[in-house]
Each structure stands twice: as C-alpha cells, then as structure tokens.
Ligand binder design. Structure first.
Ligand code: NAD
Ligand code: IPM
Ligand code: MN
Length: 360
C-alpha cells in the first residue's frame, strides 16, 4: 500500500495568518526547487478558519501531526479580527506545549554587513544561537483574574519553572554547543545562561543551581551568566562574545526580536521548535504583520531560512547548502524585499532564490 520511498519526508504545512500566507508559499517553492524528497500536506488552521466555523485545531490534531509527519512548517498566527488571540494560543502554543517541543532554537546570523544596524560589524561578528525554553515560564497561562472590572481587580500570571524543564533545556544548550560549529567551521565553546535572578529569586535560584550542575558534565565548555537587562545592552554594543545563549521562555522571546535586529530585521530570522527524536515544528521568528499583509512586501527570507533549518533537522544537508547559498547571494545582490534594501516583492524574491537554487 505504501509506495513511497522510505527516505521521502512528510511535511505538514500550516501557513496561518497575515504574511504567513505569503511567505510560506515562497519557502515551499524553494524547498521544491532544491530537489528535496518531500511530500507536503497543507492545513488551514488559522484565523480565517476560526472565524468561519469556530474551530482551531481538530480533535486529535496534534497526535495526527506527531504520527503522520516528519516535520511541521508553520507561518504566523495573529489576526486583529480575533481579539482574544485564542486561535494563535491553541494552534501555535498548542503545538509547542502539547507536542512538548521544549527547545526553541533561534540562530542569529548576519549574512551581509549591509544588513546590520551596528557600525563596523561584519558577518563573522554575529553568529550565535539562542536556546529558548518553550513549554513553561509565564506562557503556561497559570494564574487568574479576580474581581474583574472592579477597583479591587487582581491579575496573577504565574512563572512556572520545573526542575525537569529547566534541566532539559540547559542540557540541550550544552549538547548543542558540543555538537555544532560556527559558520566559519570553528568549534562552539561557550554557553551563557541569561536570567533575572537578582529580582526573580525563586526561579533564578533553580536555574542557577541546575546550570552549575549540568555544566559539570561538560568541563570543556566555558560558562557565563548575564542578567537579561545587561545582555540586551551587550547585544547592541558588541555581539561578538555571544556563542550559545540559554534562557527562559519570555526572555528568549524578547531577546530574539532584539537579535533579529542584528540580522537585518524580523524578516531574516529563523527558528525551530524541537523535541529531539519527535516531530518538530519550524517557523520564522516574525509574526503575521497585519499592516503589511496582502501587499506582497513581506520578506520571505526568514521563512526560507526556516525551511532550510527544517531540512537540516531532517538530514537533507545537500539541499540546505543550496538554499543557504542562494539566500546569501540574494542578500548580496539586493535581490530581496525593501526592508533589506532590495526592490523585489515577496513572490519575486522567492522566485529569485528558487531559480538560483534550481540551477545549482
Ligand atoms: P510582527 O513580527 O508581526 O511585526 C513586527 C514588525 O516587523 C512590523 O513592523 C512588521 O511589519 C515587521 N515584519 C515582521 N515580519 C516581517 C517580514 N517578513 N518582512 C518585513 N517586515 C516584517 O509582530 P507584531 O506586530 O507584534 O505582531 C503581529 C501579530 O503576529 C500579533 O497577533 C502577534 O501576536 C503575532 N505574532 C505571531 C508570531 C508567530 O506566530 N510565531 C510571532 C510574533 C507575533
Ligand atoms: C514568537 C511569538 C509568540 C511567542 C507569540 C505569538 C505568542 O512572539 O514566536 O516569538 O511569544 O512565543
Ligand atoms: Mn516573539
């Protein structure tokens, strides 16, 4: 019955809302052009669907993704028509939490000097990775509101940090450091833990203790610590010392938008939501960008680089090299969208990269 070659990878595609619907088709076009042996199935989980029939994720949806697919490629979720953002919560955070995709891996790489707002910073100076805890922290929705709408209203948002959750993300960061090199081929050598343990003492203490303990298993890896506020100024003053950064869910969210600024903006930043050995999900760092949606101006390169990250995760190294080389060339030749100094539209920039890829 199953006539597929066993090597063919099955990808679930969920473009979502706004510019997700524009950049994802470009990423898929580039993947096809690379010759990757993949089979795509698209799902309409989005604000449009929610507004149409009130559903977000079908019953059994996450189990189906885990069972039937090797990876998931997602766009962005968020639509001004859905004020509660409930669909984004159920679809995006649903995948992260219910599929236990505990490591949000966000590479920060500067492809060309022209893209960085910092003076005198070259591509070799920006090559670090943020490993963001992806299933806990203030994102669990623990808490509540009491006496809503009265002058005595109380809102509580709990910050959940479990020993298991903290330990596995810190270990992931050390493993990542041990197993990966920088773009120039030199080894990675340093893991920095970023927290706010001077103010958030309970959670901070757990992170500090676990970091120390796990680092003991990796004596060859240098360790560092920074408070998140100090890390932000360091990132825009001199990003060179960063190598592997590990942090909690919310700090990881914030510092990766800041770090996207070093790469040329949100339109350039890629990410993976990973549980080793299980079906993982890949999405650009940016959101649905409602003001620019539907105008063919969104930068598709973050989504294309995200697709490359997904192929790397699936072991399709040859295809990844072609795609990354094509995006680099497009950036250098200014064959991109306006946000990165080009003149092309979303579709045209995607087409340029796909054509370059298919010729190699
Ligand atoms: P956003 O990332 O959508 O946009 C922030 C800024 O970056 C805007 O100026 C936007 O025009 C620009 N931008 C983003 N992506 C771009 C691209 N590819 N090319 C060119 N410019 C780009 O963040 P926001 O405005 O805070 O959020 C909009 C909606 O997206 C909200 O509903 C938010 O919750 C949601 N969101 C979703 C995700 C996700 O699904 N992973 C991520 C972030 C935000
Ligand atoms: C991201 C986004 C999400 C997050 C939002 C949409 C919930 O900002 O993927 O960075 O905070 O994780
Ligand atoms: Mn974010």
């Amino acid at each position: 019955m199953d006539q597929q070659k066993p090597s063919r990878k099955r990808i679930a595609v969920i473009p979502g809302d706004g510019i997700g619907q524009e950049v994802i088709p470009q990423a898929l076009k580039v993947v096809q052009a690379s010759g990757a042996d993949v089979e795509m199935s698209e799902f309409d989980w989005s604000a449009d669907r929610y507004l149409r029939d009130g559903t977000t994720v079908p019953p059994d949806g996450f189990a189906m993704l885990a069972r039937d697919f090797d990876a998931i490629m997602a766009g962005a979720f968020g639509d001004p028509r859905v004020k509660t953002n409930i669909h984004a919560k159920e679809i995006l955070l649903g995948m992260r939490f219910k599929m236990d995709l505990y490591a949000n891996v966000r590479p920060v790489r500067l492809l060309d000097e022209s893209l960085c707002p910092l003076k005198g910073v070259e591509p070799k100076d920006v090559d670090f990775i943020v490993i963001r805890e992806n299933t806990e922290g203030v994102y669990t929705d623990a808490g509540g509101v009491f006496k809503q709408g009265t002058p005595d209203e109380i809102a509580i948002q709990e910050d959940i940090n479990t020993r298991k959750g903290v330990e596995r993300i810190i270990r992931y960061a050390f493993d990542y450091c041990e197993q990966n090199t920088k773009l120039d081929g030199s080894p990675r050598s340093r893991v920095l833990m970023c927290d706010k343990s001077n103010a958030m003492t309970h959670a901070g203490s757990l992170w500090q203790r676990v970091f120390k303990e796990v680092s003991g298993e990796f004596p060859q890896i240098e360790t560092q610590h920074m408070y998140v506020d100090a890390l932000c100024i360091q990132m825009v003053r001199d990003p060179r010392p960063f190598d592997v950064i590990v942090t909690n869910n919310m700090f990881g969210d914030i510092i990766t938008d800041l770090a996207a600024g070093l790469q040329g903006g949100l339109g350039m930043a890629a990410s993976g939501n990973i549980h080793p050995g299980q079906t993982s999900m890949f999405e650009p760092v940016h959101g649905s960008a409602p003001p620019i949606a539907g105008k063919n101006v969104a930068n598709p390169f973050g989504a294309i680089l995200t697709a490359a990250m997904m192929l790397a995760h699936l072991g399709l190294t040859k295809e990844v090299e072609k795609i990354e080389a094509a995006v680099l060339e497009a950036v250098r030749q200014k064959k991109g969208t306006q946000d990165i100094g080009g003149t092309l539209g979303t579709r045209e920039a995607g087409e340029w990269v796909a054509t370059f890829v298919s010729r190699r």
